[in-house]
Design a protein around this ligand. Structure first.
Ligand code: ARG
Length: 583
C-alpha cells in the first residue's frame, strides 16, 4: 500500500502468525514486539517472545531452551517486504532488521498523499473538555483541560473519527440564586437594558458577601433558585444575561488559543435529569440516606452518588448521570472522553460504575475514559496564585506570555531582522505555543510548575526549540530554491538514500509516525507526541550535521528534510503549535 503503516502492528501480525504455527499447543501465546535499543547491531525492532513461551513450557514440565524456540518462530515467519532479515541473539532475542527500500517507498508516499493517518475503525466520539463554571474564575485547571482536550480532539479528528467537542459548563448551580438576586438589586432595569458588568468576578464576590452576611438577602437568593429551576421567564432572562457575560470572557481565551468547542452546559440536561432521577428511583437504585437519595456504584467505589439532595434539588452527580445517558443512548456515541482534573477521579469512577449498573453504559459496546491531570503549581511549588493570593486570571496570563515572548525574540535580536508583522506573528506563535507545549509535554498525571522562563528556553524539549528547528528545516529547501512541486517530482525518483547510519536513523524515526499516533490514541497521553517530535528534531540535526553538504548533489537530502518537516507539521497541528515562516 502507498501509505505509512504501523510497523509494530505489522510485526505483531507476522510474529503472531509464526508463533501460533510454531506452538499450536499454546493458547493465546505472548507476542512481544519492541523498538530495539539504538545500537545498530541489535537490529531495528525486536521480538522477545521466546523467553515467556519457554516459561510456559517449563511450567508444564517440558525442557526447552528459548534459543531453540526463537529458531522455531523464525522457521514459521512469513516473509514481508518490510523485513530484511532476523537474527537470534543472547538467550533468545530475535533482532529484526527493516528493509531500506521499503522505508524509501513509505517516505515517497508522503509526497504523493500527504501525511496520512493510520486506518482505524470509524467511531462517534464525544469529548467533554474545558468546562469552566459561569461567574466563577476560569482558572489554570480549566486551561489545562482546554489545552489537553483540544489536542486529543485534534488527534481524533486527524484519525477521521466523528468528534463532538462539548463544553460542559457549570451554568445551573445554586450560585445563580444570589447572582440573580444581586443583579435585581444592583441593576433594577436589567430586563430592559444590558447592565454594564465587565468584571463578573467581583460581581460574584459582592453577591457572595451579601449572601454570607444578610439573612434577608439569603432568603431571596434561595427563592430565586427555585424560580429559576421552575423556568420562571424573568429569572431565566436574568440567568441568560449573566451567562452571556461569562461566555464572552471564555470566548476571548478560546479565540486566542485556537480552541473549538460547542457549549452544552449543565442547564441543557435539566429536564433529562428529572427524567433519569425518576427512572433510577423506579428501578430501585436509590437509597434513602438521612433525607438524601443516594446511589451506590460497584465494589470498586467507596462513596455513593448523591442523586437528590435533602431539599429536593439535583446535583453535579445527577446532571452527569443525565449527561452520560444523553451521550451514550440519545447521541449514540461509541466513546465518551472526560478531560477533568485528577481531583475528580473518584467522581468519574462512581459515574461510570453507576452508569453500568443502570444499564446505560455497556462495556462491550462503549468506551469511556476519564482523562485526568495534575495541578498547576507556581514557581514556589505552591498553588499557582498571584502575589496577593488571588487566583490568576487567564487573560492576564496570556498577556504576560506575549510580553515574555517578545522579550525573548528581542534578546535574540529578531526585532531587527523581522518586519513588525512577522515579529507579531512570531510573538504569538511563541507565546501561545510555549504555554500549550509546557502543559502537553509533561505527563498529564503529574503536577507541573508553570514557569515562563523554563518554557521559553530555546534548548531541550521546548516549543521554542522545536519551532526554530522546524523553521530551519523548512528553509533548507527554500534556500536551495526548491519548490514543493520540484521536491515532489524528485521524491518519485529513487534518490532518497537511507544508507548512511544517520540517514537510516532519521528514516526509521519518521517511519514511526503511525505507531506514535496509535500509541497516543490508545492511552490518551499527549506527551508521547511531544517526545516524538523532539526526537525527530534532534535526529534530523544529527543527520544534517554529518550528511548535508552544499557542494554535493543534495536533492535527496532536501527531499528528506521536506518529509521531516511534513511530519513535524502534522504533530504541531495536533499539539496546537503554529509555526511561522520566519522567526
Ligand atoms: N465544571 C466542572 C468544574 O469546573 C467540570 C465539568 C467536567 N465535565 C463533567 N461532565 N462533569 O469542575
Amino acid at each position: 500500500s502507498s501509505k505509512m503503516e504501523s510497523i509494530t502492528d505489522i510485526l505483531h501480525q507476522l510474529f503472531h502468525t509464526a508463533i501460533c504455527a510454531a506452538f499450536p499447543d499454546i493458547t493465546d501465546p505472548p507476542v512481544v514486539i519492541a523498538v530495539a535499543a539504538s545500537n545498530p547491531k541489535f537490529g531495528d525492532y525486536q521480538c522477545n517472545s521466546a523467553m515467556p513461551i519457554a516459561n510456559i513450557y517449563k511450567q508444564s514440565g517440558k525442557k526447552v531452551t528459548p534459543r531453540n524456540l526463537a529458531q522455531k518462530i523464525l522457521d514459521n515467519l512469513p516473509s514481508h517486504p518490510m523485513v530484511e532479515k532476523c537474527e537470534i541473539a543472547g538467550p533468545g532475542f530475535i533482532n529484526i532488521f527493516l528493509n531500506r527500500d521499503y522505508a524509501v517507498k513509505k517516505l515517497q508516499a508522503i509526497f504523493q498523499n500527504g501525511v496520512q493517518p493510520p486506518t482505524v475503525e470509524r467511531k462517534k466520539i464525544i469529548i467533554d473538555f474545558s468546562s469552566p463554571n459561569i461567574a466563577k474564575e476560569m482558572h489554570v485547571g480549566h486551561l489545562r483541560s482546554t489545552i489537553i482536550g483540544e489536542t486529543i480532539a485534534r488527534l481524533l479528528e486527524f484519525l477521521n473519527f466523528e468528534v463532538h467537542r462539548i463544553n460542559h459548563i457549570g451554568d445551573w448551580g445554586t450560585q445563580f440564586g444570589m447572582l440573580i438576586a444581586h443583579l435585581q438589586d444592583r441593576f433594577p432595569d436589567h430586563l430592559e437594558k444590558m447592565p454594564p458588568i465587565s468584571d463578573l468576578q467581583s460581581f460574584y464576590k459582592e453577591a457572595k458577601e451579601r449572601f454570607d452576611e444578610d439573612e434577608e438577602f439569603k432568603k431571596r437568593a434561595y427563592d430565586s433558585v427555585v424560580k429559576l429551576q421552575s423556568f420562571e421567564p424573568k429569572h431565566i432572562k436574568a440567568w441568560k444575561l449573566i451567562c452571556d457575560v461569562s461566555r464572552k470572557e471564555f470566548q476571548k481565551i478560546y479565540d486566542r488559543l485556537d480552541i473549538t468547542l460547542k457549549e452544552r452546559g449543565e442547564s441543557f440536561y435539566q429536564t433529562r435529569t428529572e427524567k433519569i432521577v425518576k427512572e433510577l428511583e423506579e428501578a430501585g437504585f436509590l437509597e434513602n440516606d438521612d433525607g438524601r437519595k443516594i446511589m451506590w456504584g460497584d465494589e470498586s467505589t467507596t462513596v455513593p452518588f448523591t442523586i437528590v439532595k435533602s431539599d429536593g434539588g439535583f446535583t453535579y452527580d445527577s446532571s452527569d448521570m443525565a449527561a452520560i445517558k444523553h451521550r451514550l443512548q440519545e447521541e449514540k456515541a461509541d466513546w465518551v472522553i472526560y478531560v477533568v482534573d485528577s481531583g475528580q477521579a473518584t467522581h468519574f469512577q462512581i459515574l461510570f460504575a453507576c452508569a453500568k449498573k443502570a444499564g446505560i453504559l455497556d462495556p462491550k459496546k462503549h468506551r469511556v475514559d476519564f482523562v485526568g491531570f495534575g495541578v498547576v503549581l507556581g514557581e514556589d511549588k505552591k498553588k499557582f496564585k498571584t502575589r496577593s493570593g488571588d487566583s490568576i486570571r487567564l487573560v492576564d496570563l496570556l498577556d504576560k506570555g506575549l510580553e515574555k515572548a517578545l522579550d525573548k525574540l528581542k534578546e535574540k535580536g529578531r526585532d531587527k531582522v523581522l518586519t513588525p508583522d512577522e515579529l507579531k506573528r512570531a510573538q504569538e506563535s511563541v507565546a501561545y505555543g510555549c504555554i500549550k507545549y509546557a502543559d502537553l509535554s509533561h505527563n498529564r498525571n503529574h503536577e507541573y510548575i508553570f514557569s515562563f522562563d523554563k518554557m521559553l528556553e530555546d534548548k531541550g524539549n521546548t516549543a521554542v526549540y522545536l519551532l526554530y528547528a522546524f523553521t530551519r528545516i523548512r528553509s533548507i529547501a527554500r534556500t536551495a530554491n526548491f519548490t514543493p512541486e520540484k521536491i515532489k517530482e524528485l521524491s518519485k525518483k529513487e534518490n532518497i538514500s537511507l544508507e548512511h547510519e544517520k540517514e537510516w536513523k532519521l528514516g526509521k524515526v519518521l517511519l514511526r509516525f503511525p505507531d506514535e499516533i496509535l500509541k497516543t490514541l490508545n492511552d490518551l497521553y499527549p506527551h508521547h507526541i511531544c517526545e516524538y517530535v523532539y526526537e525527530i528534531a534532534t535526529t534530523f540535526t544529527e543527520f544534517y550535521d554529518s550528511c548535508y553538504c552544499v557542494e554535493k548533489d543534495s536533492s535527496g537530502d532536501i527531499v528528506k528534510a521536506e518529509a521531516t518537516a511534513m511530519i513535524m507539521e502534522k504533530c504541531f497541528h495536533i499539539l496546537g503549535l503554529k509555526p511561522v515562516e520566519k522567526m
